[in-house]
Write a protein that binds this ligand. Structure first.
Ligand code: ADP
Length: 330
């Protein structure tokens, strides 16, 4: 049985009369990536701050790296590294000096500190820039330096609070590689992100935080399966062809080509019809056969499988998803 790097039960936190976390449970096995997703203001940063000892929870039991956070916060601090949206990088000094400062904070002997700093600067492709003031670094370089600084203390558990917010796609991909590298070294990563694709790419498990609680939790695949978002889109350029297809569809007897449901509603302005479908070869074949027999020829046919965006909007939208579905995932 793998042990848990992070375990929290009944986490609560309010600011004034605003309840931010209303009984949140989290369990993150060692050596995995756990991603906390949620809209702005959902409480992701608050959760990270609590788990990393920066803010005190109103209630809840927390164990980090086997240490009880309330009883021994110092041991927790020794086990973790945190890089937030607001980095610890000091722009006035060089990248190398930032690293050496961290080595001092961790009480590494001078020679050891220099060795670790040089090694990490090399690993994060910052050797060339090491002697330049960090203020001259690009956003991606600053984030890399920030993570390198976090790693000076060789933490086994790392909290990354929106590590790629504001980065260009190339720097984002570099950061993903870095995170994958950490995990292959056995490090546990607790990641908050607004980017669903990021969670999809990196996380073993994803929890969606909404309204003070975890609205759903599972692997990306499990979460996607919750949402009936799979459909085939037929796009027309000729309004008459569109109208006749829409009316044929309304008469259709194909089990998956029903209309009237959310997925079958014609989108008039765009001349698009959405037909619910699981995207399987069998369903597509019968749909294509039916389109042929009904004399419908769309200008474009695309198959859409639900992605994490669909999940996110369904879970964090005003209506949420039916309670019964929520039960099934938790
Ligand atoms: P997220 O990281 O998901 O965007 P946060 O954890 O930053 O969300 O914030 C959650 C809610 O708590 C927000 O409504 C925010 O305004 C509030 N909040 C966070 N920190 C404080 C604080 N120190 N004092 C008062 N309210 C706060």
């Amino acid at each position: 049985m793998t042990s848990l790097a992070i375990a929290a039960n009944g986490l609560r936190k309010s600011y004034g009369d605003k309840t931010v976390l209303d009984g949140v449970d989290l369990a993150v096995p060692e050596g995995t990536v756990f991603s906390l997703l949620g809209p702005n203001g959902a409480g992701k940063t608050t959760a990270v701050k609590i788990l990393s000892t920066l803010v005190t929870a109103d209630a809840g039991d927390i164990r980090i790296g086997g240490h009880d956070l309330a009883a021994d916060p110092q041991a927790v601090r020794g086990a973790i590294g945190v890089t937030g949206q607001f980095s610890a990088v000091d722009g006035l000094i060089t990248g190398e000096e930032n690293m050496l400062l961290m080595a001092d904070l961790h009480h590494l002997p001078r020679a050891e500190g220099r060795r670790v700093a040089a090694e990490l600067l090399e690993r994060f492709d910052l050797t060339e820039a090491a002697k330049k003031p960090a203020s001259t670094y690009s956003g991606g370089m600053k984030r890399r330096l920030d993570i390198a600084m976090t790693l000076v203390g060789a933490p086994r558990i790392i909290f990354l609070d929106e590590p790629t917010t504001g980065l260009d796609p190339r720097s984002r991909h570099t950061m993903w590689q870095i995170i994958r590298g950490l995990v292959s070294d056995g490090v546990t990563v607790f990641l908050t992100t607004q980017y669903l694709e990021e969670a999809d790419q990196l996380a073993d498990r994803i929890a969606v935080l909404n309204d003070g609680g975890i609205a759903a939790e599972g692997s990306a695949e499990e979460l996607k399966r919750l949402i009936p978002g799979g459909h085939v889109r037929l796009r027309f350029t000729d309004p008459a062809a569109y109208r006749s297809a829409a009316s044929a569809l309304r008469e259709a007897t194909l089990p998956h080509a029903r209309t009237g449901s959310r997925g079958g509603t014609p989108v008039d302005e765009a001349l698009v019809l959405r037909i619910p479908s699981d995207g399987s070869q069998r369903e597509l074949r019968s749909l294509l056969d039916w389109l042929d027999s009904a004399g419908i020829e769309a200008d474009e046919l695309t198959v859409h499988t639900p992605d994490l965006d669909d999940v996110f909007f369904a879970l964090t939208g005003p209506a949420g998803i039916p309670a019964q579905t929520k039960e099934n995932v938790r």
